[in-house]
Design a binder for this molecule. Structure first.
Ligand code: ATP
Length: 271
C-alpha cells in the first residue's frame, strides 16, 4: 500500500507542469519566500494572490530563471530548472507586471521580433502577429509605434507577445491591467479556451472579483508560504459564505482597513 502511494505520488509529480518544493528566497537576510510548496497541472487556471510584497512576482521570476539565489526545488515540465538549460523557456509565455516594450518599434515589428526570439520562422511570426492584433481589435494600429499606444493597447501587445509561440505554461502578472470591460471578456474566454486545450495558466492579480471568476484554483501566498490553495468554492466552504475579497482579508488576518483609513484622514486634516 505504502509503495503504491509513493508510486502514485511520484507519477503525479511527473505529470505536474510546475512543481515547487520548499522554495525559500531571502533578500538582505529577510525571507520573502519561506517554504513554498506548489504544483500545477495542464488545464488549470491558477490565480496566485497575496498581499503587496508577499513574493508573488519573486516566485514567478524564479520559475522564469530571472531570479537566482533561492533554495528548494523548482521543476518545470518535470525538469529541475537549475539543470534544464534554456530549452524549456520556449514552452513558457510571460506577461510581466511592468511592461518593457520596445517603444520605438511598431507592434508588427515587436511581435515578429519576439516570435523569432522564441524560434518561430519570420513569416510564421508575422502571420501570428497579424492574427493576434486582428483578434484584439488592433489591426488599424499594427504599423504604428508602440510608444503611441494607450495603456490597454500596450497590455494587449504584451499578451499577444506572450502567446504567439503557443506556450504550454503561461505566466501572467496582472493580465487584465488597463483593459476595458469588453477586452476583459475576450481575455477571460481566451484563457479558458487555452486551458481547455491543455495549457496551464498561472497568473497573479489583485482584482479579486476577476480572480474569483476565472480561476479554477486559487493559491494565496501569505507570510512566505501558501496559506490557502483550492477552488473558490473550496476556500468559501472553509471560510464561510464570503466574497474572495473578504476571504483574502480573513486569510491574511487583516481587519484594520477602517482604522487605517481614519488615521490617514486625521493626518490629512492636521494643521
Ligand atoms: N531585487 C530585489 N532586491 C531586494 N528586495 C526585493 C527584490 N525584489 C523583490 N524584493 C522584495 O521582496 C518582497 C516581495 O516582492 P514581490 O515583488 O515578489 O512581491 P509581490 O507579491 O509581487 O508584490 P505586489 O503585489 O506588490 O506586486 C518585497 O518586499 C520586495 O521589496
Amino acid at each position: 500500500m505504502e509503495a503504491m502511494n509513493v508510486e502514485a505520488a511520484s507519477r503525479e509529480r511527473e505529470e505536474a507542469v510546475l512543481s515547487i518544493r520548499d522554495l525559500r528566497m531571502n533578500y538582505d537576510g529577510r525571507y520573502v519566500l519561506n517554504g513554498v510548496d506548489l504544483e500545477a497541472r495542464p488545464k488549470q487556471i491558477i490565480g496566485y494572490i497575496g498581499p503587496n510584497g508577499a513574493g508573488k512576482s519573486t516566485t514567478i521570476k524564479i520559475m522564469l530563471g530571472l531570479v537566482k539565489g533561492y533554495t528548494g526545488e523548482v521543476r518545470l515540465f518535470g525538469q529541475d530548472i537549475k539543470e534544464a538549460g534554456t530549452e524549456y523557456k520556449r514552452r513558457i509565455g510571460y506577461v510581466p507586471e511592468t511592461a518593457e516594450l520596445y517603444d520605438s518599434l511598431t507592434a508588427r515589428e515587436y511581435l515578429t521580433f519576439t516570435g523569432e526570439l522564441y524560434g518561430l520562422a519570420p513569416e510564421s511570426a508575422e502571420r501570428k502577429a497579424k492574427a493576434l492584433m486582428d483578434g484584439f481589435g488592433l489591426s488599424h494600429a499594427i504599423d504604428s509605434r508602440v510608444s503611441s499606444y494607450s495603456k490597454g493597447m500596450k497590455q494587449k501587445v504584451l499578451l499577444a507577445s506572450s502567446l504567439l509561440h503557443d506556450p504550454d505554461l503561461i505566466f501572467l502578472d496582472e493580465p487584465l491591467s488597463g483593459l476595458d470591460a469588453n477586452s476583459v471578456m475576450v481575455i477571460k474566454e481566451l484563457l479558458e479556451l487555452l486551458a481547455s486545450r491543455g495549457k496551464t495558466i498561472f497568473y497573479s492579480s489583485h482584482i479579486m472579483d476577476v480572480v474569483e471568476k476565472i480561476s479554477s484554483r486559487i493559491v494565496l501566498l501569505s507570510g512566505g508560504r501558501v496559506a490557502a490553495d483550492g477552488s473558490f468554492e473550496e476556500l468559501r466552504a472553509r471560510g464561510g459564505e464570503k466574497s474572495l475579497e473578504e476571504l483574502f482579508n480573513q486569510l491574511t488576518d487583516f481587519h484594520d482597513h477602517r482604522i487605517i483609513a481614519e488615521r490617514l484622514v486625521t493626518a490629512l486634516e492636521e494643521r
